[in-house]
Design a binder for this molecule. Structure first.
Ligand code: TEU
Length: 564
């Protein structure tokens, strides 16, 4: 049995690939695995240690691959198993690790297990899923609301009952209370471990255990359904399931995990990553994604305040310090672009892209860079509802425009600002038609600025966002104050800057970041000798801190390090 060092990831940088939008090698308009292989030198050049790719398994793509119909094979639009093996080998040859997305809270309704289960109550797969009779009046078994809107229950005609789907209708939830699911998933893990995978990102796994009495919940104002997360988030079964997977496969094979933690309290998260409990390794928590919206509604944004970002990060990092590591990210495939959300797309666009990275990636945790953020990509400027692909967008449109008759222009505006598709545009590799992403017709509209914001142009420009990321990700490595240093915030309440010190073993790192369009003064601790500080990074050509009172230009960032 392989028993790899379990902790290599603590000083690692991860790169997240959304494969459909990464690079198209065969001209069908969609990214593919051979496309990833073709661009590995680019990924390596960023200073990346490990790659996590979103799903590419056989799937009707109702949720872009998060609806898996065969866990052991590649969807033809992404290539073949041989393409996967080549990709994995080439990643390893470059000294990087590979994580796959393990989507086992649910399957596709086109998975053979579900087809069989839905066809007959006698199916051997019936208990793989969660079927319930409707209420006496024939309505859904409970009033739970799905993550993508509407009920979590879908009527199934052949057996005259309902099945549970926390996400889309085409994503029926697996019944983890059935021990056969554990056997199936352990086998899937063993299969991919045998083929060389190094770890897993566990999709929606803290939703795997549901309160199967399905109590009704309070409904949202004016709505038929209510948010029922208290009945399916971080319940005790999650610990039990992951521990068994750890014992059977993950532990003995040295496989590392990062778990999505939707709406999980930090005290529970600490248990999840306690090595003694043998559960998860890294935590990918969601609070970071929710503080600038009304409650659970991502389509009701509230203005971004950097103090809210700091308080959220402080809450997690101060509680986790010395106990566990969270993923540090500014965006992912479930969000609009970070730069449009937290930075500025005007005059200081490039500076703010660098400042966001500088502010987040020196915190305690493991950096995850979502493809395209390293270029400073912004939200896609979609022109009509027909240009969108995402199931969440279309459900929202149907509910708000078609059913409730809301103003379509207003809904389009909010979708441009907050939809997942806004952050899923194909990667622009150069300024040729379609940004060199494909020779065919891209499956999703390209970002408007691809003529200037593209890999080729930024590669040549030593001052580009891309080259700033390269410096940042490399300079991080091997520094104890970054890996395990304590965090001391400077002006935690300030709404103008995000600045902090990280200290360990007689060394201090300072990350200072102005989040405004005007000059801001940041005060370093008294008694500190600024001349001792070496500047590691700056987006304004700064070569000294110049004293304990640092006057920072609009959207300026600087990182310095010194021995105490
Ligand atoms: O996401 C889980 C999740 O709860 C949220 O990310 C949610 O889908 C999103 O906020 C809705 O706007 C994971 C995947 O990352 C996501 O792409 C999938 O759609 C989802 O699981 C279902 O597999």
């Amino acid at each position: 049995m392989i028993n790899r060092d379990r902790n290599w990831w603590q000083d690692a940088v991860f790169y997240q690939i959304y494969p459909r939008s990464f690079f198209d090698s065969d001209g069908d308009g969609e990214g593919d695995l051979a496309g990833i292989t073709a661009k590995l030198d680019y990924i390596k050049s960023l200073g990346v240690d490990a790659i996590w790719s979103c799903p590419y398994f056989v799937s009707p793509k109702a949720d872009n691959g998060y609806d898996v119909a065969d866990y052991r094979d590649i969807d033809p639009s992404f290539g073949t198993l041989d393409d996967w093996k080549t990709m994995c080998d080439e990643i390893h040859k470059r000294g990087m690790k590979f994580f796959m997305d393990l989507v086992v809270n649910h399957t596709s309704d086109e998975h053979p297990w579900f087809r069989s289960a839905a066809a007959s109550k006698e199916s051997p797969y019936r208990d793989y899923y969660i079927f319930r009779e409707g209420k006496e009046d024939g309505s859904e078994p409970s009033n739970w609301m799905s993550v993508f809107g509407g009920s979590t229950w879908q009527y199934n005609e052949p057996t005259d009952d309902y099945y549970l789907h926390l996400f889309a209708v085409k994503q029926p939830d697996l019944n983890w209370q059935n021990p056969k699911i554990m056997d199936e998933v352990a086998d899937i893990i063993a299969y991919w471990a045998g083929l060389g995978v190094d770890g897993f990102r566990l999709d929606a796994f803290n939703n795997s255990d549901k309160d199967q009495t399905f109590p009704d919940v309070e409904t949202m104002p004016g709505e038929k359904y209510g948010f029922a997360s208290q009945h399916y988030v971080s319940r005790p079964g999650v610990d039990e399931y992951i521990h068994e997977l750890y014992k059977r496969e993950l532990g003995p094979k040295g496989l590392v995990t990062v778990v999505e933690l939707a709406y999980c309290p930090v005290q529970k998260a600490i248990e999840y990553c306690d090595p003694a409990r043998e559960e998860f390794d890294m935590l990918y928590f969601f609070d970071m994604l929710n503080f600038d919206q009304e409650g659970y509604d991502k389509f009701k944004p509230i203005p971004f305040k950097v103090s809210d970002l700091k308080k959220t990060m402080n809450h997690w990092i101060s509680n986790l310090h010395g106990k566990g590591y969270c993923a540090l990210f500014i965006g992912n495939h479930d969000q609009c672009r970070a730069l449009s959300r937290f930075g500025t797309t005007g005059k200081y666009r490039e500076r703010s892209a660098k400042t966001l990275a500088n502010a987040m990636y020196f915190l305690e945790g493991v950096p995850y860079v979502y493809q395209g953020d390293e270029l400073g990509m912004t939200n896609t400027d979609f022109q009509s509802i027909d240009e969108y692909n995402d199931v969440e967008v279309h459900n929202y449109w149907n509910e708000h425009v078609v059913e409730k008759g809301e103003d379509p222009e207003k809904v389009l505006e909010i979708l441009r600002e907050r939809s997942r598709d806004a952050g899923r545009a194909p990667i622009p590799w150069d300024d040729s038609p379609n940004g060199g992403f494909t020779t065919g017709t891209p499956w999703l509209r390209l970002g408007a600025e691809y003529k200037t914001v593209n890999v080729q142009a930024e590669d040549k420009d030593s001052d580009s966002v891309l080259n700033f990321y390269r410096k940042l990700l490399k300079v991080r490595h091997g520094k104890q104050c970054i890996i395990r240093g304590e965090t001391e915030w400077i002006d935690l309440d300030s709404d103008e800057h995000m600045s902090y010190l990280r200290k360990a073993e007689g060394e201090t790192l300072a990350s200072l970041n102005n989040f405004t369009d005007h000059e801001v003064t940041v005060c370093l601790p008294e008694g500190f000798n600024a001349d001792k500080a070496e500047i590691l990074l700056s987006n304004c050509g700064r070569d000294t801190l110049g004293g304990t009172t640092v006057k920072m230009s609009p959207w300026e960032c600087v990182t310095a390090i010194w021995k105490d």
